[in-house]
Design a protein around this ligand. Structure first.
Ligand code: FAD
Ligand code: 2HG
Ligand code: ZN
Length: 481
């Protein structure tokens, strides 16, 4: 076994000078995440350009007993792509693996390398008259590898599914350096265990994803978008029912936002304004889409809204009249994550409960949080059509940052206990990473965790593939973000 100090020179043999960074001054952007919430140190950052080079890097690190941390666009929200602070781990960035290997419009598939940025996949699909429907606020920076490793969701899940649903095949470098070529573009394949699903959502703990075959859909040629003011989360749930019944599969987006969320964006994002005159407690952004260029979606959406007004579900609404207004409405929604960063330390929760339980869940959780910290700002928003809320918290206005940090763990428990009481999940899209790695022990079945540990042991007996992520540490200490 080589000393850690030798690893950079061994890695140079694997990837050449262009693929290796050892100067701490140049490593900076790989060692801090998007929000500056997590940072680490590394023996080296290695940037292989091919699958074979990824395999050589993984073998080199395994032989040296050095841990590998796979990294894509570094936009993850739970510290999964960060090395620890020992300075002994190696960050394996996929940012030189950005080739679209092929697109097959007849088979409706695209084959891409893991470092391709999500927006580039969307653009490659559009150039062939197709749609790749995964859509996230971070799509200009996040990568296919990161999307797969976190099983990313976003705003199109209710119509098209999450990254797992959009994937047909994978190529993966396993922790022992072997390459598994599962790059099949088949919609039907019943030849045994479907291994790709183990790597999707594994947050880089079972291997490095190097390429994928993804599903495409017919391009959407007409859209209609509305901003709807509502009295309550119950009204939002009622509105989904109305829109679904009338519009069926044309419903492509349904995002909820509390007034607090919208206030943060209005305060911190340039070029947005409140679309309505009066202030309302809740809003949803509804979007319809169709492959026909003239599908009459505006009329359909207006019919749904009319019914919502008649039934006192909606309080007010604006139907967007052009692409600039559509962009402005989506700017209000997509700007929330960034806007919250300007309001001091935040606690991010990324939960799901059954859609039917959302109203009772919000009422119960808000009450418990306000009791724990009177005046706490609850920034509730997200993909309500999937039962997925970002139940984020900011300190009471004008209060001390450290006072808020001191109660962070208690507040996280309030949200998780409430989620659990509705048979929900404490992570719907962002994953466990470092932030929820320990607390998951209290919210997931012990036997399920034992099976997960068994899989980790099978794939990575040396524990060198993104250690310290996803699985609870043996000391079982529960920590909030
Ligand atoms: P990274 O952050 O680099 O890595 C994330 C995890 O994947 C880490 O554990 C890493 O080790 C692992 N990983 C990365 N590449 C590979 C690979 N090739 N092989 C194996 N493991 C790998 N997420 C959602 O689900 N829905 C949203 O709507 C959403 N909106 C967001 C909006 C904003 C503004 C931001 C900042 C983030 C948002 N996210 C969202 C979170 C984040 O963008 C996603 O988790 C995204 O999928 C991460 O991709 P990445 O390339 O940045 O991965
Ligand atoms: C979103 O839906 C993302 O905007 C980010 O998942 C959520 O920042 C967050 O908490
Ligand atoms: Zn989200």
């Amino acid at each position: 076994m080589s000393a850690v100090a030798d690893v950079p020179s061994l890695l140079r043999d694997a990837v050449g000078e262009a693929g290796l960074i050892t100067d701490p001054a140049d490593m900076g952007r790989y060692l801090t995440d998007w929000r500056n919430a997590y940072s680490g140190r590394a023996a080296a950052v290695v940037r292989p350009g091919t699958t074979e080079e990824v395999a050589a890097v993984v073998r080199t690190c395994r032989d040296a007993g050095v841990a590998v941390v796979p990294q894509g666009g570094n936009t993850g929200l739970c510290g999964g792509s960060m090395p620890d602070d020992s300075g002994r781990q190696v960050v394996l960035s996929l940012d030189r693996m950005r080739r679209v290997r092929g697109i097959d419009p007849v088979n409706q598939t695209v084959t891409v390398e893991a470092g391709v940025v999500l927006q580039a996949v969307q653009e490659a699909a559009a150039a062939e008259g197709c749609l790749f429907p995964l859509s996230l606020g971070s799509e200009g920076s996040c990568t296919v590898g990161g999307n797969l490793a976190t099983n990313a969701g976003g705003t199109g899940v209710l119509r098209y599914g999450n990254m797992r649903d959009l994937t047909l095949g994978l190529e993966v470098v396993l922790p022992d350096g072997r390459i598994w070529n599962g790059l099949r573009g088949l919609r039907k394949d019943n030849t045994g265990y479907d291994l790709k699903h183990l790597f999707i959502g594994a947050e880089g703990t079972l291997g490095v994803i190097t390429a994928a075959v993804l599903k495409l859909f017919p391009a959407v040629r007409s859209r209609a978008t509305a901003w709807v003011a509502l009295p309550s989360p119950q009204a939002a749930v009622d509105l989904i029912g109305i829109v679904r019944a009338l519009c069926g599969d044309r419903l492509t987006g349904f995002e909820i936002m509390s007034r607090q969320s919208v206030d943060f964006v209005l305060a911190h994002r340039a070029g947005v304004r409140d679309p309505l005159d009066a202030v309302h407690p809740w809003y949803v952004l509804v979007e319809l889409g169709d492959t026909l260029p003239d599908a009459g979606l505006g009329g359909l959406l207006e019919a749904a809204l009319e019914e919502a007004f008649e039934r006192d579900v909606a309080a007010d609404a604006v139907v967007a009249s052009g692409s600039a207004q559509v962009a402005e409405l989506w700017g209000l929604r997509e700007g929330i994550s960034e806007a919250q960063n300007f309001e001091g330390p935040s606690l991010k929760h990324d939960v799901t409960v059954p859609v039917s339980s959302i109203p009772a869940f919000v009422e119960q959780t808000d009450r418990a949080l306000q009791k724990a910290v009177p005046g706490i700002r609850i920034v509730t928003y997200g993909h309500i059509g999937d039962g997925n809320l970002h139940y984020n918290l900011s300190k009471p206005a004008g209060s001390d940052d450290d006072d808020f940090r001191a109660v962070a763990e208690e507040l996280a428990r309030v949200v998780y206990d409430s989620t659990s009481s509705f048979d929900g999940s404490i992570s719907a899209e962002h994953g466990l990473g470092q932030s929820k790695r320990d607390v998951i022990a209290d919210y997931k079945d012990a036997y399920e965790l034992e099976l997960m540990r068994g899989l980790k042991q099978l794939f990575d007996p040396d524990g060198l593939m993104n250690p310290g992520k996803v699985l609870p540490r043996e000391d079982g200490v529960a920590r909030a973000e």
